[in-house]
Design a protein around this ligand. Structure first.
Ligand code: PMT
Length: 367
């Protein structure tokens, strides 16, 4: 909590700290004798939302001009999070063109300006300029966080990376998937509030968000078992892993030696189709999103996969598009839904592609 010098005329830091049970900052130096510094930059970066309530005409104009003459203003200028303000002043000050211009400037800068309702004012006059009721401010804050985390309470399963199918202890059949696409989706889902289980084949990546639980697997059979263990409790399942369709029928416990003569062949048997198995079990409350990595007849093949695997939608990425697919930091996708409606996206970073995918899911299932 931060008090401006003028706010201290109304309420002392000690009173506010005692009542709120929070630390109250009002100055750049915590201790005038030692000169110990309060780090406004750290505070500005720490917050998820900065709420200034009440905000006077004076502080409002400083916000618009960028003045930095007190601790609150230094914190505001350092803040990277969204800002919400609840103006409170006399009716003529509020309706003054200068104040209204300042409010417009702040709105253009995406600062959320709460309404100042009409009613009795400190001057004894009555009109527009009162601080919004605390309950209303509380609801605005709650709405802000609900919007930010529309997937709060939802459980998601994401697969990422390749699978390795062992030939012997030193060789395997694999593919070029790095895990970047699946990890990015897991991060975006978690940022939107979901609790995510990320089942990943061999990848050098690690998840960052604390709401992501990673299960590392190697083969398709291991990936299937890990997915099936959590699938029934999930609301969203997104399968971005590049699963090997075949595995060696027999994998040797010993390193296979090179023979002097002759050819060497490995008999391959089909791996289970994990997403298809999940599609069969899917209930009407579950959303199952597949990926299709195609090299030719991309659209046609992707559409077929929606039906054959009982998917709600499929993300098509084609190796025909430059910058799309394996390994790279970018991707170019189209999302096809079960009604065959296609939404096309530009080439973007995998992080932004993941956001498009998560927004698509939210639009389809929540809003
Ligand atoms: O990891 P990156 O380097 O970032 O690369 C990302 C990616 C290119 C791997 C990713 O964007 C992608 O396209 N993943 C799916 C690749 C793939 O296996 O596509 P597919 O068309 O063969 O499979 C269709 C769907 O069935 C996929 O959701 C796949 O996960 C799933 N599948 C496939 C085979 C199998 N045995 N079981 C499955 O569940």
């Amino acid at each position: 909590m931060v008090l401006t010098p003028s706010a201290i005329d109304f309420v002392t830091p000690l009173t506010l700290a005692t009542l709120s049970k929070n630390r109250v900052y009002s100055d750049f130096t915590e201790d005038k004798d030692t000169g110990e510094w309060t780090n406004h930059v750290e505070l500005g970066l720490w917050g998820d939302l900065m709420l200034i309530a009440p905000i006077s005409a004076n502080t409002l104009s400083k916000l618009a001009s960028g003045a930095c003459d007190n601790f609150l203003m230094a914190t505001f200028l350092s803040a990277k999070c969204p800002v919400m303000i609840a103006p409170a002043m006399d009716l003529d000050m509020y309706s003054n063109a200068a104040t209204q211009d300042n409010i417009s400037i702040l709105k253009k800068r995406a600062i959320q300006v709460l309404d100042s309702p009409s009613g009795e004012l400190a001057s004894g006059l009555s009109g527009k300029g009162r601080m919004e009721e605390p309950e209303e401010i509380g609801m605005a804050v709650e709405e802000f966080f609900t919007k930010k985390e529309p997937l709060k309470g939802k459980i998601a399963l994401v697969t990422a990376g390749p699978t390795y199918e062992n030939i012997d202890p030193v060789r395997f059949i694999g593919n070029y998937s790095s895990g970047k696409m699946g990890f990015a989706i897991a991060e975006r889902l978690a940022e939107k509030g979901a609790q995510v289980t990320l089942v990943s084949g061999p990848s050098s990546l690690s998840p960052i968000h604390p709401n992501i639980k990673i299960i590392r697997v190697t083969s398709a059979l291991e990936m299937k078992a890990a997915c099936e263990a959590v699938f029934t409790s999930t609301h969203y399942t997104i399968m971005a892993a590049a699963v090997a369709d075949y595995r060696p029928e027999n994998s040797s416990d010993q390193k296979i030696k090179r023979e002097k003569k002759g050819e060497f062949s490995i008999n391959l048997i089909p791996n289970p189709d994990i997403i298809k198995a999940l599609g069969i079990k899917k209930s009407k409350d579950q959303f199952l999103l597949g990926f299709a990595l195609e090299t030719n007849n991309a659209l046609e093949n992707a559409k077929k996969k929606i039906d054959s695997k009982n998917l709600d939608a499929i993300v098509l990425n084609s190796l025909e598009d430059e910058g799309a697919g394996f390994g790279v930091d970018t991707n170019k996708i189209s999302i096809i839904d079960s009604d065959n409606k296609i939404t096309r996206f530009e080439l973007k970073s995998k992080s932004d592609v993941a956001l498009d995918i998560v927004d698509f899911i939210i639009t389809r299932t929540i809003t």
